[in-house]
Design a protein around this ligand. Structure first.
Ligand code: DX5
Ligand code: ZN
Length: 220
């Protein structure tokens, strides 16, 4: 089955001094979503951006804000990211005590709910969340930094989750994040992913290269 492939550039690799312009540039270059990596220096060893930055970026594009929260405890901040303009909020099960409650909380805010699995977290974690999630994210690197190498054994997890999704008959996105470039993107797609996050591979070469970079990731 062929499904449309969506590209969600991670603005972690953008020029932080010109974030609004960078978001407008990837929008004009044909990205589908905008992936926003939120890190707290505690759940992961890096600190990035908070809800105020998401709010400041919101007027710069109408594209879906795909917000990946790498913060713990996560529940306290869900409302702030929803009101800042997130369209999808994706959370790690390790970032709070009750992932099922966290997913319900996100949905109650009128936002789509994603669950993300670290490389060491098994697909089985999702068994009792499949009725509720809108997106599943497979990390193909350990979270914290851009520019790491794709961990190949995560392809097996993507394949397994693709089967789980198809069994539900629900419209659940299967996203992959970390080390996506022109050589790993086709493998992730073949394994069943339909949304590719790419930081380094999108922003490489500066604004003139973004459209070409995005087209190549999509396989075009
Ligand atoms: C890692 C982040 C990723 C990262 C991807 O913790 O979740 O979104 O920015 O960067 P690349 O595409 O450079 O691997
Ligand atoms: Zn991410």
């Amino acid at each position: 089955m062929t499904r449309p492939i969506l590209i969600s550039p991670s603005i972690l690799s953008a020029d932080f001094a010109r974030l609004g312009e960078e978001v407008r540039a990837i929008d004009a270059a044909g990205c589908d979503w905008v992936h926003i990596d939120v890190m707290d220096g505690h759940f992961v060893p890096n600190i990035t951006i908070g809800p105020n930055v998401v709010k400041a970026l919101r007027p710069h594009t109408q594209k879906t804000f795909d917000v990946h929260l790498m913060i713990s405890p996560v529940d306290l901040y869900l409302d702030a990211f929803a009101s800042a303009g997130a369209d999808i909020i994706t959370v790690h099960p390790e970032a709070g005590p009750h992932i099922h409650c966290t997913v319900q909380h996100i949905k109650s805010l009128g936002v789509k709910a994603g669950v993300v699995l670290n490389p060491g977290t098994p697909a089985k974690m999702l068994d009792y969340l499949m009725d509720d999630v809108d997106l599943i994210l497979v990390m193909s690197v350990n979270p914290g930094f851009g520019g790491q190498s794709f961990i190949e054994n995560q392809l097996r997890k993507i394949e397994a989750i693709r089967k789980m999704i198809d069994k539900t008959g629900r419209d659940i996105h299967l996203q992959v994040d970390g080390g996506i470039d022109v050589s790993t993107a086709p493998k992730a797609i073949a394994a069943g992913a339909d949304v590719l996050v790419a930081g380094t591979a999108t922003f490489r070469g500066g604004p003139d290269a973004y459209a070409d970079n995005i087209r190549k990731l999509r396989g075009g």
